[in-house]
Design a protein around this ligand. Structure first.
Ligand SMILES: [Mg+2]
Length: 276
């Protein structure tokens, strides 16, 4: 036989899965970062904001563990405590992290500009809105209520604590596909401000869009970002775009407000038989 034939999905985008912090709320992804800094401060091993942000996107306990595995942090921990950090330290810090995070979430829960308009337009086009997050379900209860008060309510929310493993594993995305009853992962788009969040979508076989400016990669609240001199903005933006492209995101844009042209393009590519 000389030819084989490939089956391709050419239907509509059935679901768009949006991350939370840094994607739809909390411009700059500030809430978790400030609490990771606090938790290490309490251990008398202060960390920098960059160290706090390095593993962003992961389950929060895994995140604390990954910070403790950074060479710079291990070295400082060794100096202060006379031994390297271990699992008990991670467990103790996670126990402290949870109430601290719960207490401050609402200070950072303002929706990112464009979220409401984009969600409404996606719904108008017939797409469902799913969501994934590294937050635990008790944290998401607060975020979901705050979001709802501002008019944003996704059809499905899956937390890292709801599945066997968080990002970059694909399980949260796949659970959304089940919850939203989509026919194929090829009809889904995952949108995220972190590298593990993009990888999560890629591992699930979905289209992916990385957000470079509103989240962890730039790591500044909206007012601070807007106040930056243009030259500094350009530097930070370029670095964030490079990181997002490098991890394999199909598209990279500044914020969720720039998402719709990507959705148009993805829909066109699906119609012409392309797969993620
Ligand atoms: Mg995020």
């Amino acid at each position: 036989m000389s030819f084989s034939y490939r089956r391709t999905y050419r239907g509509p985008i059935e679901a768009v899965l949006l991350d939370w912090a840094g994607t739809t709320m909390d411009f700059g992804c500030m809430a978790p970062a400030v609490v990771f800094v606090q938790v290490y401060e309490r251990q008398k091993v202060p960390i920098t904001m960059d160290e706090a942000r390095a593993p962003m996107g992961a389950h929060k306990k895994v995140h604390i563990q990954k910070i403790s595995q950074l060479d710079s942090v291990r070295r400082r921990w060794q100096e202060v405590r006379g031994r390297p950090p271990n699992d008990d330290d991670v467990n103790a810090m996670f126990a402290e992290f949870v109430p601290l995070q719960l207490a401050c979430l609402s200070q950072y829960s303002k929706l990112i500009p464009g979220t409401l308009e984009v969600a409404a337009e996606l719904r108008k086009r017939g797409s469902k809105i799913g969501s994934t997050t590294g937050y635990l379900s008790e944290m998401m209860k607060i975020n979901r209520e705050d979001a709802k008060r501002q008019g944003y309510e996704p059809d499905s929310t899956v937390c890292a604590s709801d599945v066997p493993a968080g990002r970059p594993y694909p399980y949260m995305c796949l659970q959304n596909a089940i919850n939203l009853k989509v026919t194929t992962v090829q009809s889904c788009v995952k949108v995220d401000d972190t590298v593990p969040g993009v990888e999560e979508g890629l591992n699930a076989g979905m289209w992916t869009v990385g957000l470079a400016v509103s989240g962890n990669e730039v790591g500044l609240p909206l007012e601070q970002w807007e106040a930056l001199p243009e030259q500094e903005k350009a530097l930070k933006r370029a670095r964030a775009y490079a990181r997002m492209h490098q991890c394999g995101a199909h598209y990279v844009v500044d914020t969720i407000a720039n998402l719709l042209p990507c959705i148009d393009d993805i829909q066109e590519r699906i119609r012409s038989g392309e797969t993620p």
